[in-house]
Write a protein that binds this ligand. Structure first.
Ligand code: SAH
Length: 269
């Protein structure tokens, strides 16, 4: 039992993409006062071990089933005040959050989520790329290829790719030929730019491959990219080298917004 006999709270904390400095201030604060931390494999042990207080119960969840994870969290919540489930990136994306929280709800254990920097954003940042560009694309789709986890028919990659938006493709680095095929089916040309980032933000391990749809498979093979990689396909990739881009209206002196009044002499909007 916790000191006052009540159940503790379980915090699902996003550890960010790898660099321990990319955890949120709130997430780090929770680790620093955690009584018990269940962390997701080698991917987040940097943050867990760096910030955990002495005496904190630390457990790697590698090799545990979802049921065992839920049982561990419930057991810890019965003993301690602050229990942290530390996950890669953001816990709400491909993080089995609901599968873990349903047993907690059933046991009337309080839980909360602290967001994290997801790997798609860390990958764009690593490469210095924008995912949205005026008149080019204003939409980002976060998705994955079907693997052992099926993807609904209406969300197959070729269907989503038909929109020609930015696509951030998780969990698919071992399915590059299938990614290529899906984009081709949707009409993306061979020279469409593709960005693949492995271990974005990881100190000394990050690798960035810039390719074209037609050569991304051999380029990634050469680079030895097999897992922990983000695939970004976007018509906005490489824009910093284009001769001209349409500037964002947000910084246009003629475009007023909540914090700035438009200069009407320069606009008819
Ligand atoms: N919740 C995590 C995603 C977990 S699914 C998040 O928000 O990022 C695991 C997938 O995320 C991997 O297959 C890979 O596609 C991606 N990924 C996780 N960490 C990454 C990193 N540091 N660099 C690139 N991709 C990463």
């Amino acid at each position: 039992m916790t000191a006052d006999g009540t159940l503790g709270r379980v915090w699902f904390v996003g550890a960010g993409p790898g660099d321990p400095d990319l955890i949120t201030v709130k997430g780090r604060g929770l680790i620093e006062r955690a009584d018990a931390i269940l962390y997701a494999g080698s991917l987040v042990d940097l943050a867990a071990t760096r910030y955990a207080p002495a005496g904190c119960r630390l457990q790697d969840s590698k090799g545990m089933s979802l049921r065992q994870i839920a049982d561990w969290l419930m057991d810890a919540a019965a003993r301690y005040t602050t229990v942290v489930r530390l996950q890669t990136g953001d816990p709400c994306l491909y993080g089995a959050l609901t599968e873990m929280t349903r047993p907690l709800d059933a046991a009337a254990i309080d839980w909360q989520v602290v967001p994290g920097v997801t790997s798609a954003m860390a990958s764009a940042a690593a490469a210095g790329e924008t995912l949205t560009l005026p008149e080019v694309t204003q939409t980002v789709i976060l998705t994955r290829m079907a693997g052992r986890t099926p993807v609904p028919a209406t969300e197959q990659l070729d269907v989503l790719a038909a929109h020609r938006t930015t696509l951030c493709i998780y969990l698919s680095a071992t399915l590059l030929p299938e990614v290529e095929q899906a984009l081709r089916t949707a009409g993306w040309p061979s020279d469409a730019p593709i960005l693949v980032v492995q271990k974005a933000s990881w100190p000394d391990a990050e690798r960035i491959v810039r390719a074209r749809l037609g050569d991304m498979v051999p380029r990634c093979q050469e680079a030895g990219i097999g897992a922990q990689a983000m695939i970004i396909a976007s018509p906005a990739l490489g824009a910093r080298h284009w001769p001209r881009v349409t500037p964002s209206k947000l910084y246009d002196p003629a475009f007023g917004h909540r914090f700035r009044r438009a200069d009407r002499s320069e606009t008819d909007e």
